[in-house]
Design a protein around this ligand. Sequence first.
Ligand code: SF4
Length: 376
Amino acid sequence: MTPSETLAALEPQRIITLTHQAYHPEHILSLVEKERLSFEDFCALLSPSAEPFLPQIALRAQTLTLSHFGCVKQLYTPLYLSNACINQCLYCGFQARLNIPSIILNEKEMVDNYKFLAKLGFGHILLLTGESPLLAGVDYIERAIILAKDHFPFVSLEVFPVSTSDYIRYAEAGANGITLYQETYDKTLYRSLHPKGPKSDYSFRLEGPERALRAGIRQVGLGVLLGLSDWRLDSAFLGYHAFNLQQFYWQASIQVSFPRIQPILDAPHEIFQVSDKAFVQLICAFRLFLPQIGLTLSTRESMDLRNKLIHLGITHISAGSNTRPGGYTRASKDPGQFETQDNRSLSDVIHMLAQQGFDPVLKDWSPFFDLASKST
Ligand code: SF4
């Protein structure tokens, strides 16, 4: 079975039970020391029974992160290329229903932003768009990748899912990674949150990471938008998805991100609060279950929380982010996709990491590796 078929076979009711039932304290403590956790163990660490043992779980997460990643913290920067979007995700500031003016960077504007960010020292850029096949479709994204590769050794995409043949085009243009959040694994909720547009196709999105990996993309990032649903349930599905992808595509780099929802005005859907404590619990549970995968945290989170979480499991962080299209070189009052909470500059974040004993890394990829992976 493929990873998405395996995931489809997972019974939500069983996961609700596994992540909410009471576990004996000794069982939770035994998991903290266990060498290799099963999926059921992971669910137990997400459960309310694990909350009192958060200090022990956090310490174990810290030890595992240090032993697998050392003191290295990878830095990247996002660049929004376009906010044009035909979808209506009810939680998003770019959704078609809000009728915000479309901004689509032209090639000169792209390159101006690339030059600005490369000059700061970034070697990894994450390119983002909404979903607008007519205004910023596959040709546009392919061209953006080609131009970005002149400035950044590592280019990843957070754009709409495409067919395998289009992912091949992205890979051949030089894309190294994609990030594709499922948003929620609750199919009924997914349908209600994505009432219109191509994104309403749950399965096409779910299978996107596998198409990308088959197409030769090396790194895949997964995530849910925390706050759309019961975080325990969605986190369990997410962990299972990441685990199965890593098993099936053992040569790929699988990563997990933890975006927490920031409500937009008049959001027509319920928000499930994810407290800071719950947030720490789920990140540490991921580290214990999947000790070798990269865990990413964006500037959606506050400076204080980011400073703490880099000790516990986070390996990749963004810095100096702007969520407005072309926002690094383009003065604008247009709304971004969300408001960032940690507004420190790249040099401030580097300074903080160094002060805390970490090695900030801006470039861990070389164009030579692109050639090497194409020839194997
Ligand atoms: S989340 Fe993405 S796909 Fe959905 S409305 Fe926003 S930009 Fe469009």
